[in-house]
Design a protein. Structure first.
Length: 117
């Protein structure tokens, strides 16, 4: 796992979930870095509820730190991979809301093809 990602509570997961977590966290963090275009650090805290029961509920807190600010998202879900995906989706939405990334991508297109009435 990359040194930019810090994970707490990974020892609560079994081996299959640990491997899944490593892959999903790496992929999701790469996508967020592409949106931010600046150096960033991700802190993830995993909690497991009812570890001895039939089903386990996962609560995952994400904190994304970058130069100008930081963003937080938390997710509680029965499915581990879905919880990670939802957390990254929430962070991506917050990045979009804060920086309006989609407007910046379409700027050259709007300049070349102005609206005509």
């Amino acid at each position: 796992m990359s040194p930019e990602i810090e994970v707490k509570g990974i020892d609560l997961l079994n081996e299959l979930e640990k491997g899944e977590a490593n892959g999903l966290l790496e992929d999701g963090f790469k996508k967020l870095k592409r949106k931010l275009k600046e150096s960033s650090r991700l802190k993830v805290h995993i909690k497991v509820y009812s570890p001895e029961g039939n089903r386990r509920k996962f609560s995952i807190n994400f904190e994304l730190f970058f130069a100008s600010s930081h963003l937080e998202a938390s997710v509680a879900e029965w499915d581990f991979s879905k919880a990670i995906h939802n957390g990254f989706e929430k962070l991506g939405n917050q990045i979009e809301h804060k920086f309006h990334i989609s407007d910046q991508k379409n700027e050259p297109f709007k300049k070349r093809f102005p609206k005509t009435n």
